[in-house]
Design a binder for this molecule. Structure first.
Ligand code: THU
Length: 144
């Protein structure tokens, strides 16, 4: 991706952050993913009074991309409103991996710091679709 593309992706995540709904944790997150088409899709965290129902920003962005018809994601940007740049949680790493196992990752803090990484570094030896295509053991086969 070009540097301009990366800057735009971080800007989209930063814009999404302004809509974060995080009254319980106070930890506001914005994310944006870039699809293979070049289009950018944003998400923010959406918390809930029933805490486990809460949704991370990254998975919101992924859902927006998929519903728009994207199937391959090239990059993700995550922006937090406080503290150090924050890496995606484990569930979001797995969710991102489905659509771009080695996508570019940009982690940005509110003060402008940006850390650059790749998803394969954040989630080595990822579980993926190829695992499901392997021959399966017998159902109820005694656990072997
Ligand atoms: N959160 C995200 O949106 N993305 C992450 O990768 C880490 C955590 C949100 C979930 C919750 O709303 C808040 O941050 C605190 O965990």
């Amino acid at each position: 991706m070009t540097d301009d593309g990366l800057v735009d992706l971080v800007a989209a995540a930063r814009a999404a952050l302004t809509h974060a709904y995080a009254p319980y944790s106070g930890f506001r997150v914005g994310a944006a993913v870039r699809g293979a088409s070049g289009a950018v899709y944003a998400g923010c965290n959406v918390e809930n009074a029933s805490y486990p129902v809460s949704m991370c920003a990254e998975r919101g962005a992924i859902a927006a991309a998929i519903v728009a018809g994207e199937t391959v994601l090239e990059a993700v940007a995550v922006v937090t409103a406080q503290g150090d740049p924050c890496a995606p949680c484990g569930m979001c790493r797995q969710a991102l991996s489905e659509f771009g196992p080695d996508m570019e990752v940009l982690l940005a803090a509110d003060d402008g710091r940006v850390v650059r990484s790749r998803l394969a570094a954040l989630l080595p030896d990822a579980f993926g679709p190829a695992m499901l295509a392997q021959p399966q053991g017998r159902p109820n086969g005694g656990g072997r």
